[in-house]
Design a protein around this ligand. Structure first.
Ligand code: PMV
Length: 323
């Protein structure tokens, strides 16, 4: 049977990947660390067939144009090459969250596509190999293959740049409540930003300081020290956005609404609610808190006019197959 279905979560990075050592292989300039998101899932069915004359992709019930399809076909070519197959595929995929708005739809998308297509092609691969292959579609997709809290070892080659699980999804029930302030497509695709990162005068300082930050955040995660963990992840998001803003040309993903939520989160802390923010390549704000504060955070976010809606996530398992 040349057909398989997989589900994969998006992930939120606590240590961000920004800047590539190899833009073709998607080998990053730094290690990164993330958590899989339980309510931001992509479900993808891939069917290879001798009857198809070209690949076709249906995303959220709409067929992609030839141009949009290119990235998916390129990834399928890589997998076909591994399997020694010349068959084209029909890819049907649905997202449970807005596409391209700073909730990593490319991560869940390429993780689900990789697992479904490799299974349909009957490739027998280890988790590391799947993660490395997902990375080729989109760097952060490598982190959506293993379970729970995952760590992407930057590596130095196509084979040794992959993610592994640090802790599974049941380790620590923290929440990522995504405050959606805009569900429009983002202005700049992340590959453009990765390319510009080294043009920021702040970039060398960021790369130099990351090993220390990674060591501290890993210790906070091991000790379940939420305050230390939160402070580090918030500072890390600001560090990446400082690089984005000071690259040449500058990239500014924040909207006025983004800043409003950031201030509201810092205000929550003065009221005794330990909540911290992180932001990816988009305007939406991920608010991180412990289980005991999740309802208070959601109530506060609901009161803000600028928040269109919110998506509550807990740690999730990585990509898996469904019947
Ligand atoms: O995987 P890409 O190329 O879409 O890059 C993702 C970059 C960030 O989401 C901003 C950070 C990260 O590590 O997920």
């Amino acid at each position: 049977m040349k057909k398989a279905t997989a589900i994969a979560p998006a992930n939120i990075a606590f240590i961000k990947y920004w800047g590539k050592a190899d833009p073709i292989l998607n080998i990053p300039l730094n290690d990164s660390l993330s958590m899989n998101l339980s309510s931001a899932l992509t479900k993808t069915t891939v069917e290879f067939s001798a009857e198809l004359k070209q690949d076709a992709v249906v995303l959220n019930n709409k067929e992609l144009s030839h141009k949009e399809l290119k990235k998916v076909s390129k990834h399928l070519d890589l997998l076909r090459q591994r399997a020694n197959s010349q068959l084209f595929a029909l890819v049907q995929t649905t997202n449970s969250f807005p596409t391209g708005a700073g909730i990593a739809s490319s991560a869940s998308g390429f993780a689900a596509l990789t697992l479904a297509a490799c299974t349909a092609l009957e490739l027998k691969l280890s988790e590391k190999e799947l993660s490395a292959l997902a990375r080729r579609g989109s760097g952060s997709a490598s982190r959506s293959i293993p379970n729970g809290f995952t760590y992407w070892h930057k590596g130095s080659s196509d084979e040794n740049s992959y993610a592994t699980s640090l802790f599974d999804e049941n380790y620590w029930r923290i929440h990522d409540i995504v405050a959606v302030v805009s569900s429009k497509k983002k202005n700049f695709v992340s590959s453009y930003g990765h390319e510009l990162a080294p043009t920021s005068p702040l970039f060398p300082g960021r790369i130099e300081s990351l090993p220390q930050t990674i060591s501290e955040i890993t210790t906070a995660l091991k000790n379940k020290n939420f305050k230390a963990f939160g402070a580090l992840l918030e500072q890390e998001a600001l560090s990446m956005h400082a690089v984005m803003m000071t690259s040449q040309p500058s990239i500014l993903y924040w909207l006025p609404e983004t800043l409003e939520v950031m201030h509201a989160v810092q205000e929550m802390r003065t009221q005794g609610v330990a909540a911290y923010f992180t932001i990816d390549a988009g305007p939406n704000v991920h608010v991180i808190c412990e289980e005991k504060n999740a309802v208070a955070v959601m109530n506060s976010l609901q009161k803000l006019d600028c928040v269109e809606n919110y998506i509550d996530n807990i740690p999730a398992q990585g990509a898996f197959l469904v019947k």
